[in-house]
Each structure stands twice: as C-alpha cells, then as structure tokens.
Design a protein around this ligand. Structure first.
Ligand code: NAX
Length: 336
C-alpha cells in the first residue's frame, strides 16, 4: 500500500477548512488510492473549535484518512508535510485600513515561511489560498528562499472555475465541456478572465463533434468584454452579499482541483489557471506571483507559451500586474 501523504491545512478551524478537509479525506484532492494524514493548524483562540473538527474527522470514518493532528504549534504542524494548503488569514473587517489587513496577513506568511522551510518535506508543494493570495505567496517565497520557487503557488482556480461556470450557463452546455479559459494576474477585482482561447466540446448525432471557440459561439462580444468580466471579478463580493459569508464550498473544491491537477497532471489539451512565479512569460515581471494558464505533468506546472495576446487583453494583463507590484511594495513597507 502507498505511504500516506501528509497534508497541512493552516487556518483549519475556519470556514474553508471545514469544507476542504472532508474532500481531502475522501480522496478528492489526491486520488481515491492515496492515503492521507491531515495536519491542522490554527491559533490558540481557535484551539477548541479545531479539536471539534478533529472529532468530526474521526467520526467521518474516512478509509483513506490515516491520522489527524490538530495543533497550535506551527513547527509540529509543518513537520514533514508533503503538501501545504494555507488558509490562515485575518479577514478585513469594517473600519480596517487596507494597510492593516496587508500588514497582519503578510506577517503570518513571513513567519510560516520559516517554519515550512525548516520543517516541511523537501518536495513540499504549497498552495496559498488566504488573501491577499498572490502577495502572501510572494512573501512566503521570498522568506523561504530554500523552497524551490516552482513549489509555491496561489489559488486562482476558483476564479477559473467561476468563469467556466458562467460560460456554461450562458451557452446552456455542460461545464465539463468548456475549457481553456484563462485567469490572468491577481486574485482580486483586477484579475482578467480571458475567453479568447476557450473552447466548447460539441458533440451531436450528426457525425459532427469537435471543439468550437467560445468567441464564435457567443457572438455577443459586448457581453464577453464587459458583463462577463465584471461578473467574474465581482463574484466573491456577490457571494458575500448573498450568504453574509465568503465563498467556502467552492473555494474548497477549487483548492482540490488545483492540487489534483498539479500532482496528477492536467488532461491532454487542457490548461488551468494557477498563480505561479513569473519567469517573464507574456512580459510579466519575473518573480511576481501572477496567475497564468498552465499545464501540469509529473508534478510540475509549466506556463502555456505562444498564445496570441490582443490589445484589449494586453491592457488588462498589465493593469493587474501593476496592482501586484503595488501590493508587493505595500507588503514590504508593512514588514519594515
Ligand atoms: P476564516 O476566517 O473562516 O478562517 C481563517 C482561519 O485562519 C481562522 O480559523 C483563524 O483563526 C485562522 N488563523 C488566523 N491567523 C492564523 C495563524 N497565524 N496561524 C494559523 N491560523 C490562523 O476564513 P475562510 O473563509 O476559511 O477563508 C480563508 C482565507 O481564504 C481568507 O483569507 C479568505 O479571504 C481567503 N479566500 C481566498 C479565495 C481564493 O480564491 N484565493 C477564495 C475564498 C476566500 O475568500
């Protein structure tokens, strides 16, 4: 039998953690034949709640779940983990300045960078979900220089999935038949959801089956260039408005999709969006954590090359890159 994979979930007593851990324990993230051990980390004030979640995981009698560690000790939490899902964060509450939110969050990532660097397994793959996701991942990368850059990513798969969902709804097709959307840039309202290369698999009884471009099928350029983009950019806010809580089940599901594709590979001919360290592709400043279209194979992602970028896209890709540069300098000024 396979050795269990150790998965760290930080901020595990929170909302996303509650939706995510049963998926991990059921094999949704790493496959139905892969045993797992879950390391849950949260802060002292959440210790009791964290213990409650541990009790529920035991009560879930998940066949793949070989152990649960619930701790407030970051060293114990990070020890030998192969995968780290970083949900820990402090939400922005009323009256809090953007700088305060940034400061409190990036400090967490600076501290946890060292713990991961010293105690995680050498090949540990890191997914930062907590906001500001790209900038938290950037700080983690910069303060954990011995972790290979390629092992540090942030979540934009939720935005990617939201975009697939909107196109499927518009065309009344199955979401599974839509692919190759791209989320460029920051997981924020400046992100650019790009459908220029997206396709829909069409199959019918009349011997005609194949891939048609989304631009061709949705002839309404105005909708694609305005309403579609803002719907995706504002989807998180729309969910908060409706639920009075931020996205959790969809975020947990997207985190599983991100890790599964990274570890087990993307299907032939399909790419996904991941926030990864820029190598300068598409003119994006090297070193920024920016969301690109990627394919994954043998546990490694690579940025899809050679896509044609029109003027409309260029402007939007640069705007979200500028925001990330500004966040980076704000983060450094907070860390002093
Ligand atoms: P919650 O506030 O429910 O949970 C966060 C948890 O982190 C809390 O239990 C808190 O005690 C814990 N925590 C705080 N500081 C910690 C520390 N230093 N060490 C360990 N644990 C610590 O938030 P939740 O709704 O679960 O969201 C988690 C994060 O994901 C938030 O930052 C949120 O903004 C972000 N999101 C990111 C998304 C993405 O697509 N990238 C989408 C969903 C979500 O909004």
């Amino acid at each position: 039998e396979k050795e269990p994979v150790k998965v760290l979930v930080t901020g595990a007593a929170g909302q996303i953690g509650y939706a995510l851990m049963p998926l991990i324990a059921r094999g949704v993230m790493l496959g139905p034949n892969q045993p797992v051990t879950i390391h849950m980390l949260d802060i002292e004030q959440a210790a009791e709640a964290l213990h409650g979640v541990k009790m529920e995981l035991i009560d879930g009698t998940f066949p793949l779940l070989r152990g649960v560690v619930a701790t407030t000790d970051v060293v114990e939490a990070c020890s030998d983990v192969n995968i780290a899902i970083m949900l820990a964060g402090i939400p922005r509450t009323e009256g809090m300045e953007r700088k305060d939110v940034m400061s409190r969050n990036v400090s967490i990532y600076k501290a946890q960078a060292s713990a991961l660097e010293q105690h995680a397994a050498d090949d540990c793959k890191v997914l930062v979900v907590a906001n500001p996701a790209n900038t938290n991942a950037l700080i983690l990368k910069e303060f954990a220089p011995s972790i290979p850059e390629k092992n540090i990513t942030c979540l934009t798969r939720l935005d990617h999935n939201r975009a697939l969902g909107q196109i499927a709804e518009k065309l009344k097709v199955q979401v599974n038949d839509v692919k190759n959307i791209i989320i460029w840039g920051n997981h924020s309202s400046t992100q650019y959801p790009d459908v220029n290369h997206a396709t829909v698999t069409t199959s019918s009884d009349e011997r005609s089956s194949g891939e048609r471009s989304v631009r061709h099928l949705i002839a309404d350029d105005k909708w694609l260039n305005t309403e579609f983009i803002t719907t995706i950019q504002q989807r998180g806010a729309a969910i908060i408005k409706a639920r009075k809580l931020s996205s959790a089940l969809s975020a947990a599901s997207a985190a599983c999709d991100h890790m599964r594709d990274w570890v087990l590979g993307t299907p032939e001919g399909t790419w996904v969006s991941m926030g990864v360290c820029s190598d300068g592709s598409y003119g994006i400043e090297p070193g920024l954590i920016y969301s690109f279209p990627v394919t994954c194979q043998n546990g490694e992602w690579s940025i899809v090359q050679g896509l044609k970028i029109d003027e409309f896209s260029r402007v939007k890709m640069d705007a979200t890159a500028s925001e990330l540069l500004e966040e980076k300098s704000l983060a450094y000024s907070c860390l002093g």
